[in-house]
Ligand binder design. Sequence first.
Ligand SMILES: Nc1ncnc2c1ncn2[C@@H]1O[C@H](COP(=O)(O)OP(=O)(O)OP(=O)(O)O)[C@@H](O)[C@H]1O
Length: 804
Amino acid sequence: MVRRLLSRASSEQKINIELGRTGEERSGSQYKGVKIHGEVLLGFLFICIVQFSHADTDPSDVAAINNLYTALGNPVLPGWVPSGGDPCGQGWQGVRCNGSVIQEITLNGANLGGELGDSLGSFVSIRAIVLNNNHIGGSIPSSLPVTLQHFFLSDNQFTGSIPASLSMLAELTDMSLNNNLLTGEIPDAFQSLTQLINLDLSNNNLSGELPPSMENLSALTSVHLQNNNLSGTLDVLQDLPLRDLNVENNQFVGPIPPKLLSIPNFRNDGNLFNINVNATITPARPPHSPVPVSPSGTVVSGTPSSGRLPTKPTDGPTAAKESNSVKSKKNTKRVVWISISSILMFVIVVLGLLLFVPRCSRREQVNKSSKQHQVGKYGGERQNPREYEGFVQPPSQTEKVPKGAVVRPKGDQEEARRMRAIPKLQGEQEKNEQRMGTIPKLLDHEIDMSSLDVYSMPSPPVPPPPPPLPTESVIVEPTSFHKGANFNPPKKSPVPPTFAKTFTIAALQQYTNSFSQDNLIGLGMLGTVYKAELPDGKILAVKKLDKRVSNDQTDDEFLDLINNIDRIRHANIVELIGYCTEHGQRLLIYEYCSNGSLQDALHSDDEFKTRLSWNARIRIALGAARALEYLHEQCQPPVVHRNFKSANILLDDDVSVRLSDCGLAPLITKGFVSQLSGQLLAAYGYGAPEFESGIYTYQSDVYSFGVVMLELLTGRQSYDKTRARVEQFLVRWAIPQLHDIDALSKMVDPSLKGDYPAKSLSNFADIISRCVQSEPEFRPAMSEVVLYLINMIRKESQQSESNE
Ligand SMILES: Nc1ncnc2c1ncn2[C@@H]1O[C@H](COP(=O)(O)OP(=O)(O)OP(=O)(O)O)[C@@H](O)[C@H]1O
């Protein structure tokens, strides 16, 4: 658009010059030269004004993003068009620019399908492509932008192999391709990726050995490769500065390089490390001969150092492939042998025990009941491991069947992780044990199996994982998700956040004019929010946590919190830009939302309120629903917002929703804030009934969402003490009237001036009544709400098209 204006400006300038010349020729005036210069100057000024007032997106970026949009199947994305447009000038949803070039595309959990197309490589200067949690399929394009630093495509449906063109991404710092359907070998393309810090390729079907060039990843601190079919040794990783390495459930063979054993967070269960790999070439002992292993399945001593398979092929690619296939066949045979001998030995042990039990049972009777109780509970939970049954998962979550995994909702992924953390052989054994009902007996008699040979005897039963959270009672501490989530939780030291930067107090003082009153935006229960202006003119919001809130947390806990907020990235969620922890102060730095909160828009600013058309309100509801859907159903681990209200629905420049305070539940549930927050939620009419019993679940967020929808429909506050007593609590007043069409039309916000389709209004009211039901289990999942709202929007646009 600006380009068009510019060319218009220069042609006007040309016309002026020509007109000047013609005038000069016609009149012969002595001021001819002055006239020419005046016109030129005007034209020049016009160009300058145009240039300063518009961000003319680079044409190459426009073409690239148009192509991406088309490849994605033209989804509903505010601002986006399949051809032309000005993504930087017009603020397309999820697009960030630096001047006229696109820097980031962030569309997490935006329900995107289609593919990525073949023009990503044409972006001029893009730094981040963040498309996690969508349903995008096809292969990852080989044409990639060389300027890319953050490349996030996890939780999609990508197929094919990882492109070797990765080698061109010399500036890449983070890449997550996990939870897709990728196959083939990891390409040997890491030679120049010396900036790469985080790499996640977990939960795919990748095979083959780790490529030799991985040893060049000199900045790599976190690698997740779990749940693939990768084989070979881990040698290429041994000299990297890793702090977090997960290789669980692959076919890696040993020995584990000793240096890796000192990585603070190293998970390696479910591999073949404990196998004498020499045996696969020249069997030094039969496949079922003993190798000492720890209960977790890792080698503890006597690891055969001579038994290493060569990591790199020496006879060229064909030989390497052949050797790989021979290896994998041998591995398979070995696993079959191990399984058969384990089962045989297991049957022998069980029979032995059956004979042995009657003699022991009298001795053990005193302890028996309590232990059996535990075991019974464990068995039951394993058969029904869902953490929150009530949720309908979005299609992507039910369609994807990762290798060897049971289809379960993503909300269950922690349980799944626990299950996967159990070595495969043990997993098989356990199933048998459970089927045959022998675990209780084994436990009752505390037979120490850890000293027994893993090949001739089943390994010890894995201790039961912590019980999954019951459907209804995610007790008021959402951190419990984190605590109970990991099987055998490793002691982890906080890993630096991926996106969030550290700020110093001195810098923040400078940006906020020493936290002056003029910069104060508002006050919440956790602290005060200030407006900050960076030297480059960028505006941020700085949340300075109250001392009482900070004092409740250790430094590690705070960094954990930052890490958790940092991974929450979604087009409808306020982005954490950085944090500061210095001199006992803790501050969170967020992007600034220039249009304030929905609460202000609806209840404090009459002019803004009248601008909120019915359509705008549905879109705001959809944006907020998508944010919650992402937190509940797509985040890992899932996040309960716990403070959902119109004051936390912020509106950005183009009035798109940016939900704030996401991931802050651990602060809210601690210390003095805990009580205060409960009182506030209840007092302001957002608190679900179950909150009174100290229970706060995902469904409680859904209830609060229903209240916000009521605010959108009625234009009334959730609690308004200026109204007549029966009308003070919005839900109490509105609910009985929601199904009565006449009453409904009287409840609608008068600022809408009757400008809304009646059908749409009653659909909206239906969603509200489902969300605010007093029984939590009857409330819909947020993915359902999103679908309802999308359908409403679709129907309306179809209707308005047919009316035209
Ligand atoms: N990123 C932001 N951009 C613009 N304004 C913001 C931002 N974050 C918070 N604010 C504003 O700052 C004020 C205080 O916000 P804060 O989140 O601390 O409290 P709250 O959510 O209103 O209340 P509470 O935390 O007590 O529930 C609010 O008016 C909010 O609109």
